[in-house]
Write a protein that binds this ligand. Structure first.
Ligand code: HEC
Ligand code: HEC
Length: 355
């Protein structure tokens, strides 16, 4: 059954590529837009290949991913040449920035913490409030954000990229035209982001391969707590530890800086203060935690859940006091730390950019 689905998926991809190639060959405009190599992503142990989303109109090719990587790291793609995506999504910090809230252009601060850019291919809606329905949309949002890359609009971004003949050549090769559109930028960066993966962690080797030595006894006890007494898997479920839904767990209801969260997208009262369940993969590397970066440590996070979150009229009814003891909290932290995986460390910062 799974095999059949896989075959159908492959077939669609090949048929699509076939169409693209024949279009390129027959169109005299695009004689240079040839040689694209299909990119086969290796999905590490513990992740679900079937859940990996690549839109039909944006197949992954080596050339497109290479272009997306350059765009992701290029500081020239901001109003004053100082900010790249990688300024807030730093490879060594598992593509976060270590800040409670991010600083963008002119050191302006937003109200939210930068989530990891890892395992985005397993997610549908992007951002804490899910306002970008696809990674392609997410991948161009920050350029026109006044406190991130600082362009007034996407036309300014496209004009800046088009100043560099090196980029024009690459866009022509990948998209068959050097008349660059913001959608091309989104497709290239999204393709690059899909290659940032985390799996095959010690937890996976224990859970899937039964390797008893992969994780500590404490982490093994933590695993049992995670799925039972601590109730974490009610929301952090599945291979990417997220139900891809939005919940109010009370973050922000104990102060005066309330973020409306998912409500700003749906205008549905039940979404007030609800945020997307984040993945827990690489969680030991992505402190501080929560949409406002309020917790410095995983112990602080668990203390929040242990007391039943923060009471408010919209608190998710799955968040209740847990009565976890100190040793149990330690075990849970050990389990979370065993989610350090691989599949993103290969990314190198480019040393040269197209001129
Ligand atoms: C100034 C810092 C900053 C810059 C620059 C920046 N980001 Fe982000 N990024 C953030 C913050 C903060 C959020 C959370 C915003 C929100 O959810 O409202 C975020 C969210 C994201 C997410 C969503 C992850 C998820 O789990 O939903 C992705 C993916 C991402 N950024 C990729 C990018 C890309 C690609 C670029 C460049 C085009 C970029 N970021 C530029 C700070 C930044
Ligand atoms: C009702 C659903 C729900 C349950 C149950 C739940 N979580 Fe969460 N978790 C979320 C949501 C939603 C967020 C983001 C909330 C925010 O920022 O406002 C989150 C955030 C986190 C974060 C911070 C992630 C980051 O990138 O900043 C960690 C760590 C975490 N949860 C661990 C746990 C653990 C451990 C448990 C069990 C004790 C647990 N969660 C139970 C929904 C849940």
């Amino acid at each position: 059954m799974a095999g059949t689905i896989l075959k159908i998926k492959w077939l669609t991809i090949f048929m699509f590529l076939g169409t693209v190639f024949s279009a390129l060959i027959t169109s005299p405009m695009n004689t240079n837009a040839a040689s694209q190599n299909f990119y086969k992503l290796k999905i590490p142990l513990g992740l679900d290949e079937e859940a990996f989303k690549v839109p039909q109109d944006n197949p992954m090719t080596r050339e497109k991913i290479g272009l997306g990587r350059l765009l992701f790291f290029d500081k020239r793609l901001s109003a004053n040449n100082t900010i790249a995506c990688a300024s807030c999504h730093i490879p060594e910090l598992a593509f976060t920035d270590g800040q409670s809230v991010s600083s963008g252009i002119h050191h302006l601060q937003g109200g939210r913490s930068a989530p990891t850019a890892i395992n985005r291919g397993f997610s549908e809606a992007q951002f804490w409030d899910g306002r970008a329905p696809m990674l392609e949309d997410q991948s161009i949002g920050p350029f026109a954000n006044p406190i991130e890359h600082g362009f007034s609009n996407h036309d300014e971004l496209v004009a800046k990229i088009s100043m560099f003949d090196g980029y024009k050549k690459m866009f022509k090769n990948v998209f068959g035209t050097d008349n660059i559109k913001k959608e091309h930028v989104g497709k290239a960066i999204a393709s690059f982001q899909r290659t940032l993966i985390s799996g095959n962690s010690p937890f996976d080797r224990f859970d899937y391969d039964g390797d008893q030595k992969a994780i500590s006894e404490s982490a093994k006890r933590g695993k049992i707590l995670f799925f039972d007494k601590a109730r974490c898997n009610l929301c952090h479920m599945g291979t990417n530890f997220s139900d891809e839904k939005f919940h109010n767990i009370g973050v922000g209801w104990d102060g005066n800086a309330l973020d409306l969260g998912r409500y700003s997208v749906t205008k549905d009262v039940k979404d007030l203060g609800a945020f997307k369940t984040p993945t827990l993969r690489e969680i030991s590397k992505t402190a501080p935690y929560m949409h406002d970066g309020r917790f410095a440590t995983l112990e602080d996070v668990i203390a929040h859940y242990n007391k039943g979150g923060v009471k408010n009229p919209f608190l998710d009814n799955q968040v209740i006091p847990l009565n976890l003891s100190r040793p149990e909290i330690k075990d849970l932290v050990a389990m979370l730390r065993s989610l350090e995986g691989e599949g993103w460390q290969h990314v190198k910062v480019p040393t040269e950019f197209p001129q």
